[in-house]
Ligand binder design. Structure first.
Ligand code: HEC
Length: 181
């Protein structure tokens, strides 16, 4: 009777595996189509912590108050005081106490993240419906309510990246960069 030595069987088995993999790679399931630049742009909205990626446009505190009262107050309370959802204002100086109040103002280390988050995720029930101008404006209003900017400051790609958040130095790296390399 014809039998394969075990060595021959392993070699033959490997050959069949490689062939099967190559066939799989060549046959496309013919699903979907390549994404267009325009469609990709809608997903390409991340803003770096240093402000890189902030779009054109601008907004004032006064404009932001109108946006907030129309689009945000129902969930975040008058002047961002909270209820039924997250409080956005206050809590400064509480982070090292047992009664921490973490808000955008007291806790978040980068102002650019506020813009990124609101543009990406808010209003919670209709995300990504605000114009960039409205996002700048409501970001300005929240920063103003937190005593981080003045009432007549205008937020845009140039000014927002310069805003220093109170808790900017409050985070430690769990894995600090090695200096011995
Ligand atoms: C329908 C309710 C609703 C509306 C309207 C809404 N939000 Fe929110 N918001 C939420 C909820 C819920 C969360 C918490 C989401 C989570 O933790 O995933 C949140 C979180 C946030 C946060 C982050 C808070 C933190 O400390 O983590 C910000 C900033 C924010 N919202 C801003 C806004 C702004 C600005 C608007 C208006 C343009 C808005 N929200 C409208 C429900 C809402």
């Amino acid at each position: 009777m014809f039998t394969l030595s075990s060595r021959t069987a392993i070699v033959l088995g490997s050959f069949m595996f490689v062939t099967a993999t190559q066939v799989t790679a060549q046959v496309s399931p013919s699903l979907g189509e390549a994404i267009s630049e325009a469609d990709l742009a809608a997903w390409d909205i991340s803003i770096e912590t240093n402000g890189d990626g902030l779009p054109d446009g601008s907004g004032t505190v006064t404009q932001g108050r109108s946006v907030f009262e129309a689009q945000c107050m129902a969930c975040h309370g008058a002047e961002g005081a909270g209820q039924p959802h997250d409080r956005l204002v206050g809590g400064h100086g509480t982070l090292d106490s047992m009664q921490q109040i973490r808000t955008v103002g007291s806790f978040w280390p980068y102002a650019s993240t506020i813009f990124d988050y609101i543009r990406r995720a808010m209003p919670f029930n209709t995300p990504q419906t605000l114009s960039d101008n409205d996002v700048y404006a409501v970001t300005a209003y929240i920063l103003y309510l937190n005593d981080i900017i003045e009432a007549d400051d205008v937020m845009n790609a140039r000014t927002l990246r310069r805003v220093e958040m109170p808790n900017a130095d409050g985070f430690v790296l769990a894995y600090p960069q090695r200096t011995d390399k």
